[in-house]
Structure formats: structure tokens, C-alpha cells
Design a protein around this ligand. Structure first.
Ligand code: DQQ
Length: 540
């Protein structure tokens, strides 16, 4: 449908057509980044799930390959569901995935490359003895899925964790194996959180407390914390927590029980789910992939013939400054698409002002913006705004002394459509200032069948830091990062007027009590990434 074709993105990963969901088994092998994903070859809604496959040199330009695995065995005939890759010390690859059997039982299966000397890993073999794991006693046959990448214990055994639930408690089962064929279920659970429901797509990995690089999944010891992430089936968000892993007891304990998995931090306060990291041994970093669903109607998806995107892959590290969260930042490779840089410095934004920024093509942008508020305004704030919350606020039009201020993206000239990305500073009853980072989609589209939520959360801003944001704009997706990636919000938006050449960009300050200065705003137009289909392309 041509009417909707502008909604396709230019530098976000998406298949040619049809439905996509979770990222699966990302890895780097013989010079190529491999990306697999949950895919419905038959339509733009979830169903008939198989593994799509694409490769890239930079995780930005892609070559689409044939399906890696299809539903052709009794143990995955109802779906080749989510799984993860493990690279063994000898460089060989083990893939574990969930199959939904002919009786819709969730089992774990083993697969490996048919030809390890093929850098594109086109053909995959399913192990003849599959399934390698079936639901253990006490676990429902439909609550046993999404094996993680394995990590090595000092004894030379591998461990994986698999999500499940008992009553309403989300749990992570741990199995030990030497050969990925025979497994022992360990006593107890890696972790559990009452009330969080089914844990899908668990991710478990170390982050360095001292270094900027990422860590291989098996690294442990002093100077390391472990991130535990669960995707909550009940509310479709990805929650993580930082904690310590006792490998002897096989128990992970959160640093702060009040910020435990499922009740504390989210990777992303917009649409971001079923995410998965992998260690990129090529550039010594940990990369986070996440699925972002559509927020228009299913009918619209069927009309346009496709549904869902992956966010731009993000590097994830421990935040050495706050020590309470991770930082997420788009991989540096995305900057290769930047062109036509425009810079605006020291732009004064009086209370209630809106200033257009003259940029060329405003539907494909990479924006960085730093803001400052006069110190006396920060100190003199009288109003209290306890209990402020992006979602229940009046969004970009809800004015108070120190906010909101930020950018309006995907706006049309007269701003009948706009998506606001902004900071809002609220004074709590205890006198402390809290900064919120939000996106407001209530005016993002004239269409009536799309979500118009306001998303966001608190973001730590340390003394002497500016209020800084980065925004990637790509037709129907807006990825927004505050304070170097402490708080992230991904929105899907469906403007009807602010499209292609008609899209505009504005700075705004809707605070009543303070002048804000945009100290430095840098804007790049983004070129389109290359998306090619095998075999029409040279691969060397
Ligand atoms: N999607 C897969 C499951 C997983 C869910 C099926 C999460 O394996 O639990 O498509 O989105």
C-alpha cells in the first residue's frame, strides 16, 4: 500500500515484508554480524514462526539471507521460537532455541551450522536427538522458553538459564551441561520475583565496574556485576537489575531489592521487548538488540504488509558515574550514515518559546542536544510537583516552573502533528529536584487508530552535568537517549502530514519560570542504509 509506504524506515532493521518479533542468536562470526529473528513468512501478524536471518559488516547495512530454520520437525512444528547462540572456546557455534511441539509443549532444541566454513552460515542442522530439554516437574508445559547464551563455570561446565513462572512468581531455571546434549537441572533458581508473572527472554551477563569495554558472557569475579533481564509477558516490557552472581550457590542477588527485576528499571520506557545482548569479540563490546512493535492497528499492519522493527543496536555498559544503572548508546557504526551536519549554539529559549530549526530532510535525523537552565532558577523553584509521572502528566503542554523543554520531531509546519521529546524538572516534597525524560505522542498523528501515549521515567542528572539528549528519527520510529543513555525511550509514531519532505524540527521551552539555553544542538541528516537480498549481491 503506497499510502503507508513512507512508514518504512531507512536505517532500522526490518525484513522486506511480513511480521517480525524477537531478536534471536545474534553473534559475530568470520567477519560478519549475524542477526536472526522471529518471523512469520505468511503475513504481517504473529504466527507460523520461523527464524529469519541477515548478515552485516556493521550492523547497519544488511544482506537478507534465506530462512535459517523453519518449523519442520514434531518438536518445533508449532513454531521455531526464541533462542540464543553460544560460541565455544574452539570457535564453534551452538544454537539453543525453544520449539513449540505438535502438542504445543515448549521444549529446548539444539542446532548448529551445517557448514562452519561458510561465513554466512546459511544452512543449519537440527540435532537428531532433539528435544534436549522438556519442561521439568512442576513447570507448566507452556511456561518453559527462551534459553540464554551459556556461560562457563570454573569446573568447565556450561550453564544456561530458561524463563518460567510458578503461580505468579517469575523464575529463572538453571541447567548445567558439558555437551549441550545432556543437562542437569540445578536446585533452586538463579532468581525469582513474586508478582512478575512469566519471564520471557531472560538475559544474564557481566558488566565491568572499571573498564569501558564489554565482557564475554563467562567473565566473573571481582570488578564485575551481573545484569539480569526478564521480559515480562504480563506487561510486555524489558526489566533489568544490577546484582552479584554467586557462581557456587548459583544465585544472583540484586544490589537494591527495591529495584529488583520486574519492579525496578527498564531498558526502555517506550516500546522495546524481548531484547537480547551478545558479546562482540570483534570490537570488545556488548551489544543489545531489542524488538519494537507497531502501535498502530493490526488492520493497518496488514494493509502495509509488514510489522515491527528492531531498534538500532546499542552498546550496553555499566554507568561508572551513577553506579545504579546501565548506559545504552547506539553503535558507533550508525554515525557512518550522518551527513549535512547543522549546528546551533547558545540558542536562548524564553519561557513558552518555540524555535524552528532549519534542517533539510527531517524524517531521517540524528540529533544531539545539550540544555542549561540558569542556576538561580533551579535553586529558586517554589512549586512542588511530587508524584510527577510522564504517563499521567499533560505531556509537552503541561507547564510548570522548570519544564518541559526539548525538541519537537516529526512535526509539520503548523505543528498540528508533533512528537515531543523533553526534560521536565520537578521538585519533590523533600525539596530535591528530580529530572524526568519523556516523549509525548498525543499529537504525533492525525490518525485515530494509533497509540498516543506519553512515555518516560526519571533520569539521574549529576552535579555540573548539562541536560543532554540524543534522538534518532527514522520515519515511524523515534529513539531517544538521555544523559548518555541512562534513560531511553523508543516510540513508534505515524504522522500523516509530517512525513518525508514535510517533516520539521523545533526546539521548545514550555517552562513558565525559567529561560533555558540550548547550549549545543547538532543535527545530521541520515542516509539510508543498504538492505539487499541474497543472492543478488556480491558478498566478498
Ligand atoms: N516470543 C517468542 C517466544 C518468546 C516471545 C515466540 C517473546 O519464544 O517468549 O515468538 O516475545
Amino acid at each position: 500500500n503506497n499510502m503507508l509506504s513512507w512508514q518504512r524506515t531507512a536505517f532500522h532493521f526490518q525484513p522486506d515484508k511480513n511480521w517480525m518479533n524477537d531478536p534471536n542468536g545474534p553473534l559475530f562470526y568470520k567477519g560478519w554480524y549475524h542477526f536472526f529473528y522471529q518471523y512469520n513468512p505468511h503475513g504481517a501478524v504473529w504466527g507460523d514462526i520461523v527464524w529469519g536471518h541477515a548478515v552485516s559488516k556493521d550492523m547497519i547495512n544488511w544482506l537478507h539471507l534465506p530462512l535459517a530454520m523453519v518449523a519442520d520437525k514434531w518438536y518445533d512444528i508449532n513454531g521455531v521460537w526464541t533462542g540464543s547462540a553460544t560460541i565455544l572456546p574452539d570457535g564453534s557455534i551452538v544454537m539453543l532455541y525453544t520449539g513449540s511441539t505438535n502438542e504445543s509443549v515448549q521444549v529446548q532444541n539444539l542446532a548448529y551450522p551445517a557448514n562452519p566454513s561458510d561465513p554466512l552460515l546459511i544452512n543449519w542442522v537440527k540435532y537428531s536427538g532433539n528435544p534436549v530439554l522438556v519442561p521439568p516437574p512442576g513447570i507448566d508445559m507452556k511456561d518453559f522458553r527462551d534459553p540464554t547464551t551459556a556461560w562457563l563455570t570454573p569446573n568447565g561446565d556450561w550453564r544456561i538459564t530458561i524463563g518460567s513462572k510458578v503461580n505468579k512468581t517469575g523464575i529463572s531455571l538453571v541447567y548445567e551441561t558439558k555437551d549441550f546434549i545432556n543437562y542437569t537441572l540445578l536446585d533452586g533458581w538463579l532468581h525469582q520475583v513474586p508478582g512478575t508473572g512469566m519471564w520471557e527472554c531472560i538475559d544474564f551477563y557481566p558488566v565491568s565496574l572499571t573498564e569501558k569495554n564489554g565482557l564475554d558472557t563467562s567473565v566473573n569475579g571481582p570488578g564485575v556485576k551481573h545484569v539480569l533481564k526478564a521480559s515480562l509477558d504480563d506487561d510486555k516490557n524489558d526489566y533489568y537489575a544490577l546484582g552479584s552472581y554467586d557462581i557456587k550457590k548459583d544465585v544472583w542477588t540484586p544490589d537494591n531489592p527495591e529495584l529488583d527485576v520486574g519492579i525496578g528499571l527498564r531498558y526502555d520506557y517506550g516500546k522495546f521487548y524481548a531484547s537480547k545482548t551478545f558479546y562482540d569479540q570483534n570490537k570488545h563490546r556488548r551489544i543489545l538488540w531489542g524488538w519494537t512493535r507497531e502501535t498502530d492497528s493490526e488492520l493497518a499492519d496488514v494493509k502495509k504488509g509488514w510489522a515491527s522493527l528492531q531498534t538500532v543496536p546499542r552498546v550496553v555498559v555499566f554507568d561508572h558515574k551513577t553506579k545504579t544503572n546501565v548506559l545504552q548508546w547506539p553503535v558507533e557504526e550508525v554515525e557512518s550514515l550522518r551527513s549535512n551536519k547543522k549546528e546551533f549554539n547558545k540558542v536562548k529559549l524564553g519561557a513558552g518559546s518555540i524555535i524552528p530549526l532549519d534542517v533539510g530532510h527531517a524524517s531521517q535525523l540524528d540529533i544531539t542536544a545539550d540544555f542549561e537552565i540558569q542556576k538561580d532558577a533551579l535553586e529558586g523553584i517554589m512549586e512542588t510537583d511530587a508524584g510527577y509521572n510522564c504517563s499521567t502528566s499533560n505531556g509537552a503542554s503541561g507547564r510548570s516552573a522548570l519544564g518541559p523543554f526539548g525538541l519537537l520531531v516529526l512535526a509539520d509546519n503548523s505543528r498540528t502533528e508533533q512528537t515531543a521529546v523533553y526534560f521536565y524538572i520537578a521538585k519533590d516534597t523533600d525539596g530535591n529536584l528530580k529530572t524526568f525524560f519523556c516523549t509525548d505522542q498525543s499529537r504525533s498523528s492525525k490518525a485515530t487508530d494509533v497509540s498516543k501515549e506519553i512515555y518516560g521515567s526519571i533520569v539521574p542528572v549529576l552535579d555540573n552535568e548539562k541536560f543532554s539528549m540524543r534522538i534518532l528519527v527514522d520515519h515511524s520510529i523515534v529513539e531517544a537517549f538521555a544523559q548518555g543513555g541512562r534513560t531511553v525511550i523508543t516510540s513508534r509514531v505515524y504522522p500523516t502530514k509530517a512525513i518525508a519532505g514535510a517533516a520539521r524540527l523545533f526546539l521548545f521551552n514550555n517552562a513558565t519560570g525559567a529561560a533555558v539555553t540550548a547550549t549545543s544542538v547538532k543535527i545530521w541528516e541520515m542516509d539510508s542504509a543498504l538492505m539487499k537480498s541474497y543472492p543478488d549481491q556480491q558478498t566478498a
